[in-house]
Design a protein around this ligand. Structure first.
Ligand SMILES: Nc1nc2c(c(=O)[nH]1)N[C@H]1C(S)=C(S)[C@@H](COP(=O)(O)OP(=O)(O)OC[C@H]3O[C@@H](n4cnc5c(=O)[nH]c(N)nc54)[C@H](O)[C@@H]3O)O[C@H]1N2
Ligand SMILES: Nc1nc2c(c(=O)[nH]1)N[C@H]1C(S)=C(S)[C@@H](COP(=O)(O)OP(=O)(O)OC[C@H]3O[C@@H](n4cnc5c(=O)[nH]c(N)nc54)[C@H](O)[C@@H]3O)O[C@H]1N2
Ligand SMILES: [Mo]
Length: 738
């Protein structure tokens, strides 16, 4: 695995995990220190890397890659920078950090690190350790992707591990007679690399597949027997009405309910309307959601009787106004029909394989703070700390600080592996927040919308230019088995770019930290392998690094939980009742009208009944797109060629506005304006429009975005449980008047 310049071609194995739901083995062909080709793994049953993985070579050698430290020379956001030395960059950062620390204290530092290449060495842990050694910082809480699902799983099962109900094993799909794909489009939106393959096998074996989505997605086209369009944000009503049909027709599974759930009677009262006088009938849900009552009845009956049935509810519908209710209602439906598999979800968690590469002191900023009001007891103490800021509200926190009820005034922002100006809601508001900061540091590979606001940008290398380890984790692609993998370095870092860990190692002494350490990546990875080997059987390091992803065959805790619809071990749930809490005491104690104890439909803000519809009559959703991982890869010509950034709009809505296929349109609301071409189609329901999330915010002088960044239009608000809300926004669309 040594790198040389002898002109011989070498194949180096690594794992691509660039912030999608995949983990794909890569064979990187290197000649004379340059990547000449990237191929997928070709072994039977192994994950096949996608178009983005194939195009990674273009990303590494992109002409717009940032290869040197940069200092801002123009106003924030203008993108005017000049090259500086590492020495100057580190001195500047250290000076500003010390100043902010002495003037405002450590809580004034905000640091965020997202999920790209989320491995052990070059990820959040490296920054966290540095900042904790520096006296602490304000960290975020809340998963951007799925906080609603995590909140629901916490309340319902007492764990946040089974946070998404697409986390089913391939075996479950292969056995299923009936599969509901709800808010789930795995053909485009990666959720486990081999998932579409397993779904195809399920279909070939005769499973009936239904797709519930406002869009007729590629997944609906390929897999589904039926597409059921639903109004965004109204899924809970449909799920509750399905429970109504099931209970009224006595199709629920009494045995399962009695053995494994708690609070069914209270849910039944809500569903049948005995408490509020409003039975949650299919007709009731139909008026809310646009789904025909007969469709709801049929889905309910088939789901309750065509067993085994899988309700695969993905997380986009959870990123709506009251998203946690959608996940709670889905979990309740699964439980009352006994369609819940237990075979995997404890073994899924690689518990016990705690990697502790470096001792890290506690984060002083969080030490004394009490838990936040909506903390769930099953989450870690630091995640529950009221000193943290909800990730989606960080711009609001910068703008309002202590006066606005936040725990501190925020002065210094460090973004690593994230592009939050582009990726969190209300770009124009976030831009204002960035302008207020005393100092902003961004560690990046590209001049993103966020990086344009930085005072200093540090160049980060790609995962192909560093060594790392994928720590033991469960992967649905391997039937829930735990896996471990080595990410081998294929080439030297380009230009003066450095890895995340190298950056922290270089900055530490400038901050007066003498014990951060400084060691080659490979040594650290060897140490970690040795550490894991104490707990589980692993091949030696050299074998492991040649292998790519290593499947850990025997999983210590899985034996007792194997089998088809096997019953769980006596008390697998850490809820107060030690059962599946359909009624949750923990939620009841929060005593908040919008966090009810049983799953409840709550009308979203900016719904079709909002008076705002007079100005902005269309509901905007912002799905993920195949050719990008969020904002990543948007700048690569190979991928741009494949899919244009367009607004999907139904032909009747387009006709009403004189819009023809391909016309440039204005999409706007009070928060901003985007202009991109229209895709006039019948593959989206009337009244709903879609902009694929992640396109690079590219404003003109008036602030009109021609890049197609959906978050110019989304609202900066969280659900009561803390979910990022990216699919609850009203807009108007009209033809661009040139
Ligand atoms: N190619 C690619 N794959 C990715 C990513 C990527 O950026 N690109 N991102 C990865 C990450 S980090 C995440 S979190 C996951 C996200 O995974 P998801 O959240 O599942 O992905 P989305 O594409 O946003 O949404 C899935 C489907 O939900 C539909 N939908 C939107 N709103 C609603 C609603 O209110 N109700 C219903 N029923 N359906 C709705 C959309 O039309 C879409 O077809 O994807 C991962 N995979
Ligand atoms: N409207 C709307 N907005 C959304 C969503 C939505 O559905 N709708 N989805 C949300 C979701 S689920 C998520 S998870 C967030 C994602 O939000 P982000 O995490 O901000 O999105 P990315 O585009 O992945 O940004 C990663 C950035 O890190 C840089 N980077 C720096 N170092 C590295 C590195 O070592 N490796 C890699 N690969 N990149 C590095 C990349 O160049 C890139 O600019 O977006 C959210 N935003
Ligand atoms: Mo995500």
């Amino acid at each position: 695995m040594t790198r040389n310049n002898t002109g011989k071609e070498q194949i180096i194995r690594t794992i691509c995990n660039s912030h999608c739901g995949g983990n794909c083995e890569m064979q990187v062909h290197v000649k004379n220190g340059r990547i000449i080709r990237i191929e997928p793994d070709d072994r039977e049953g192994r994950p096949r890397m996608c178009l983005r993985g194939h195009a990674y070579r273009q990303r590494v050698y992109a002409p717009d890659r940032i290869l040197y430290p940069l200092k801002r020379t123009g106003p924030r956001g203008a993108g005017e920078f000049s090259r500086i030395s590492w020495e100057e960059a580190l001195d500047t950062i250290a000076f500003e950090m010390k100043k902010v620390k002495s003037e405002y204290g450590n809580a004034a530092f905000l640091h965020f690190c997202s999920m790209c290449d989320p491995h052990v060495l070059h990820h959040v842990g490296a920054f966290h350790r540095l900042l904790c050694k520096f006296g602490g910082y304000t960290a975020p809480w809340g998963f951007i992707s799925n906080e609603a699902a995590a909140f629901s799983a916490g309340a319902t099962y007492g764990t946040y591990r089974r946070y998404s109900q697409v986390e089913h094993d391939s075996e479950e799909y292969l056995k299923a007679k009936y599969i509901i794909m709800w808010s789930w489009n795995p053909v485009d939106t990666e959720q486990g690399t081999n998932t579409p393959w397993h779904l195809m096998q399920a279909k070939e074996k005769g499973a009936k597949i239904i797709c519930v989505d406002p869009r007729y997605t590629d997944s609906a086209a390929v897999f589904a027997d039926k597409w059921i369009p639903v109004r965004p944000g109204t899924d809970t009503a449909v799920l509750v009405a399905m429970a109504n049909v099931i209970i009224n027709e006595n199709l629920h599974d009494e045995g399962f309910i009695n053995s494994y759930t708690s609070g069914f009677e209270k849910y039944k009262e809500y569903v049948l309307g005995s408490t509020d006088g409003l039975p949650k009938t299919p007709e009731w849900a139909s008026a809310i959601s646009g789904v025909a009552a007969d469709e709801i009845k049929e889905m309910a009956r088939l789901y309750a009787t065509e067993k085994p049935a899988v309700l695969a509810t993905s997380i986009a519908a959870g990123r709506t106004a009251f998203g946690e209710q959608y996940h709670r209602a889905a979990a309740a439906l699964e439980a009352i029909t006994g369609n819940l598999e237990f075979n995997d979800w404890q073994s899924r968690s690689p518990k016990g394989f705690r990697i502790n590469p470096h001792p890290t002191p506690p984060n002083q900023v969080e030490q004394e703070a009490p838990p936040r009001w909506n903390a769930l007891p099953f989450r870690g103490k630091s995640v529950n700390s009221s000193a943290r800021v909800n990730i989606s509200l960080f711009a609001d926190a910068i703008l309002k600080g202590k006066e606005g009820g936040y725990p501190a005034d925020y002065k210094f922002l460090w973004l690593s592996n994230t592009n939050y100006l582009n990726q969190l809601s209300e770009v124009n508001k976030t831009a204002k927040a960035f302008e207020r900061l005393e100092f902003m540091l961004v560690t990046e590979q590209f001049m993103t919308a966020s990086a344009r606001y930085a005072d200093v940008i540090l160049p980060v290398c790609t995962f192909l230019e560093r060594t790392d380890i994928m720590s033991p984790r469960a992967a649905s692609i391997f039937g829930g088995k735990n896996v471990v993998g080595i990410l081998n370095k294929a080439i030297e870092p380009l230009g003066e770019s450095k890895s995340q860990l190298q950056i922290c190692e270089a900055l530490a002494p400038k901050l007066g930290i003498t014990d951060y350490g400084n060691e080659p990546d490979e040594n650290r990875v060897r140490e970690i392998v040795a550490q894991i080997s104490e707990e589980i059987n692993l091949p030696d390091f050299e074998t492991l690094r040649k292998e790519g992803i290593h499947i850990i065959e025997a999983s210590p805790s899985s034996d007792s939980l194997k089998g088809t619809h096997s019953k769980p071990s006596p008390k697998p749930f850490s809820t107060p009742s030690e059962k599946i809490d359909i009624y949750s005491d923990v939620l009841a104690r929060m005593n908040h009208p919008q966090i009810p104890a049983v799953p409840t439909y709550i009308e979203p803000w900016e719904s079709i009944h909002d008076p705002l519809t007079e100005k902005y009559p269309l509901q905007l959703i912002t799905p993920h797109i195949k050719r990008r991982a969020h904002s990543q890869f948007d700048n690569l010509p190979w991928l741009r060629e494949l899919q244009e950034q367009r607004l999907s709009i139904h032909s009747t809505d387009a006709e009403l506005r004189g819009i023809r296929h391909g016309d440039m349109v204005r999409i706007y609301n009070d928060r901003g304006e985007v202009r991109i071409p229209a895709d006039v189609t019948e593959r989206i329901m009337p009244g709903v429009v879609a902009i694929p999330q992640g396109a690079w915010y590219t404003p003109d002088k008036k602030g009109i975005d021609y890049g197609g960044c959906a978050n110019v239009l989304t609202k900066n608000a969280t659900s009561p449980g803390g979910s990022f809300v990216s699919s609850t926004a009203l807009v108007q669309v009209e033809k661009e008047d040139r």
